[in-house]
Design a protein around this ligand. Structure first.
Ligand code: FMN
Ligand code: MN
Length: 475
């Protein structure tokens, strides 16, 4: 069963051995996030901290809910040892059946109401996530609601928010994000302050939907309903006409200033580096905070193998596959390995060669180019098996002619660590398809044959070997 809120998810991960509770006191200043950070790097568990230094026991903190495949599987209502391939298939299937949300009158997120004039963001156990961050980050694994000024479009996005002072947050929705678009195309020209709601600690699939790349004018709440197999229950905000998931642990209602910016960052970011400096960012004034009586703040300990790595792996790879299909690329499978910090994709094709590799990189850089390295492999290479992918790349990609580079300006990923400061400013960059397929023009009898059991042995021998293997009780 799909866990319906954060608490049932934590219970399910505890039952599967994927959650560790820490009752000893832990410092919100780096120590807490450092423990979560190491868990990402060692494929460790999620943590629930029940005793955060300087904070009453009613405040708890949970780290990295779905930052590995086991916990992602639990969030989908599947067994923790479900293979990533099946997680991808499940997402792709459920995504096709969106379910609109329903409105309810009340919800646990309203148990405690802190009015605007009583708000002090430092009352929440907001962590200092890394040494060198510009401040304490409240929004690291959140769901930010905003509404278009001209239509019924309600957007959910996941955008980070830093505490600026007791009452103000600064945030970093990219100008290309849907929140950025609503702000710049709607609220700014109309000179209307923009209400937002930052929901924290909802069910995992709602957060996954907020982090997913979704179409302009598409309501991520419908996607979340589809992934959950049941509608999300929404409850109205106290200080705006926005609606938030009723199951949230904490809701920060705020208003984005139109005439005021403030400093934000730097931050240890999802590619696995701190590479920027403190910069101008949107500034939001908190109008009220509502939360559960004993709220759990969720934290993504951003960096190598964090929640973006798994979330964008699943949502990004399926989006890439659909786009390649729509552009007549004979794609059979796509994987975005979490180790690649959302900069690398593996694309398997039915028919390879230079022309196809070039087409793959062209299609994937038309609009935005978050992923800049694409390894193209033949369909007999399992994209989920990195040993097989590295073997294909190392042996089949021609070092002189197998690289297909596209350069662009104005749409590069400004967080790509390899880019120079000048490239970031002008959003210039490049993407490359690394062609690890056999040229289709090579005659069959002149194409190397892989020396593996499945390729270089007769079907009869393969069958006998596998039979003997299982008779021996080997895996
Ligand atoms: C943990 C996490 C943190 C993120 N932080 C940001 C952020 O600060 N700014 C941003 O523009 N995108 C951020 N993203 C990526 C967006 O959530 C993603 O692009 C999503 O599609 C945005 O929604 P939208 O398409 O409705 O704008 C983050 C993703 C994850 C998983
Ligand atoms: Mn959106």
């Amino acid at each position: 069963m799909v866990p319906n809120d954060l608490r049932s998810f934590l219970e399910a991960t505890k039952a599967s051995g994927d959650l560790v509770t820490i009752d000893a006191q832990v410092d919100w200043d780096q120590e807490l996030a450092g423990i979560g950070r190491l868990a990402c790097e060692r494929n460790g568990p999620a943590f629930l901290f029940t005793n955060v230094k300087d904070y009453a026991p009613k405040w708890r903190v949970a780290t990295n809910p779905i930052a590995n495949w086991r916990r992602m599987a639990v969030a989908f209502g599947l067994s923790a040892d479900t293979h990533v391939r099946q997680l991808y298939d499940t997402y792709a299937e459920r995504e096709q059946h969106p379910i609109p949300p329903v409105i309810v009158r009340d919800g646990p997120c309203k148990e405690v109401v802190v009015p605007g004039d009583k708000v002090d963001l430092f009352d929440l156990p907001v962590p200092m996530v890394h040494d060198g961050d510009g401040g304490r980050y409240l929004g690291t694994w959140d769901l930010v609601v905003s509404k278009d000024t001209k239509s019924d479009w309600v957007n959910w996005g996941m955008y980070r928010f830093m505490v600026h002072n007791e009452r103000l947050l600064t945030g970093f929705p990219r100008p290309t994000s849907h929140l950025g678009k609503m702000l710049l195309d709607g609220y700014v020209p109309q000179a209307k302050p923009m209400p937002i709601a930052i929901a924290i600690g909802c069910d995992c699939l709602s957060h996954l939907s907020a982090a997913a790349t979704f179409r302009i004018a598409g309501n991520e709440a419908d996607l979340a309903g589809g992934l959950r197999g049941s509608p999300v229950e929404l409850v109205k905000c106290n200080t705006s006409d926005l609606y938030v998931p009723a199951n949230a642990e904490i809701v920060i209602e705020a208003e984005v200033y139109l005439d005021r910016i403030n400093q934000e960052g730097p931050y240890g970011e999802y590619p696995g580096y701190r590479s920027g400096e403190m910069g101008n960012a949107i500034c939001a004034r908190v109008t009220t905070i509502t939360h559960r009586r004993d709220p759990i703040l969720t934290v993504d300990t951003t960096g190598f193998m964090d929640s973006s790595a798994t979330s964008t792996s699943i949502t990004g790879a399926i989006a890439i596959k659909r786009r390649l299909e729509a552009n007549n690329v004979p794609v059979v499978a796509v994987y975005v390995p979490p180790e690649g910090g959302v900069h690398l994709a593996i694309v398997a094709v039915r028919k390879g060669g230079a022309e196809i590799a070039q087409r793959v990189v062209n299609v994937l850089t038309v609009r935005r180019a978050l992923i800049s390295k694409i390894i193209v492999v033949d369909e007999d290479v399992d994209v989920f098996n990195m040993a097989a992918v590295i073997h294909a790349f190392a042996t089949k990609c021609h070092p002189g002619s197998g690289l297909h580079v596209v350069r662009y300006k104005g749409r590069a990923n400004t967080l790509t660590p390899a880019y120079t400061q000048e490239e970031r400013v002008s959003r210039s960059g490049a993407s490359v398809a690394l062609d690890a397929t056999w040229p289709p023009e090579w005659p069959r009898d002149a194409t190397p044959v892989r020396a593996t059991l499945d390729s270089m042995y007769s079907p009869d021998v393969q069958r006998r070997v596998l039979e003997r293997w299982s008779a021996l009780g080997l895996k």
